[in-house]
Design a protein around this ligand. Structure first.
Ligand code: SF4
Length: 264
């Protein structure tokens, strides 16, 4: 893993995500190294030629965040890295950012595949408004090991979800990306329902130029799924996602689960 400290003028990025004012990515790169990671495109902007997952830039902010600018704004951590990737344990960048967001009375959304977030419950509880999201494309340990080799195991994530929920924080399960033929959305709900306030479902998006990597992975590990992937991603057939939404929607309504499907 290539690790470097990079002086950074501004940690804040204006967000195009609906309802989110700013995004903070304290790191460039992500050791979780998910096979499907769309943030791979960050290499282009940062001059990295190494494979995604094999480098991390640790941002060194030159100035603190401006509390007046952030007052009652919605700040998301993160969009192109994981705020609790394993390096956070040592460098504590996310923790220092949260300390400033508490001072600024910002609203904060966290999204992670790590159990390290429980370390910061003391700060998260001081925020005016906060939601802690855990991503699951699967709760099957061997599937996660294949898809997200550097992330915390699903058991660790589930334990962290329980701890965060029991601390009284609002919790979100991001059932995403749903990997065709592999992700089992119902088992994700079953494993998390007791400790989850809200669900969000999203599909695996494969932008052109990125398809090859994932489809090669599928061909090597799940060859029986190649026709399905070809149908969805090469022919652009939306039927798989339409049928999936038609299963998820009534199930969530029946179970009185608060949910949003982003591919509906
Ligand atoms: S945790 Fe998120 S940012 Fe990190 S590799 Fe996985 S998908 Fe990418």
């Amino acid at each position: 893993m290539k690790i470097q400290l990079v002086p950074t003028k501004n940690l804040l990025s204006k967000s195009k995500i609906p309802g989110v004012d700013f995004v903070i990515n304290p790191y460039v790169g992500c050791p979780h190294n998910c096979i499907y990671c769309y943030a791979d495109y960050m290499r282009k902007f940062t001059g990295h030629t190494e494979p995604w997952g094999s480098f991390v830039d640790i941002k060194q902010p030159l100035t603190p965040l401006k509390p007046a600018l952030l007052f009652h704004t919605h700040v998301m951590l993160c969009s192109t890295t994981d705020p609790y990737n394993p390096l956070e344990e040592q460098y504590q960048l996310t923790r220092r950012i949260l300390e400033q967001l508490v001072q600024a009375q910002a609203y904060v959304s966290i999204l992670t595949k790590s159990d390290l977030v429980v370390r910061d419950i003391d700060l998260l509880k001081q925020l005016e408004r906060c939601e802690v999201g855990f991503s699951f494309s699967s709760v099957d340990k061997s599937v996660c090991q294949q898809l997200e080799p550097g992330a915390a195991s699903p058991d660790k994530r589930l334990a962290a979800l329980k701890t965060v929920s029991q601390a009284g924080l609002f919790t979100v399960v991001m059932a995403a990306p749903l990997i065709p033929g592999i992700s089992d959305w119902k088992s994700i709900i079953t494993a998390t329902q007791e400790y989850t306030n809200e669900y969000r479902f999203d599909k695996l998006n494969l932008k052109p130029g990125f398809q090859k990597k994932v489809i090669s992975f599928i061909a090597a590990n799940y060859p029986h799924l190649v026709p399905l992937y070809s149908d969805i991603y090469l022919k652009g057939n939306l039927r798989y996602w339409q049928e999936l939404a038609q299963q998820i929607n009534p199930f969530c309504q029946q179970q009185k689960i608060s949910s949003t499907i982003f591919f509906d």
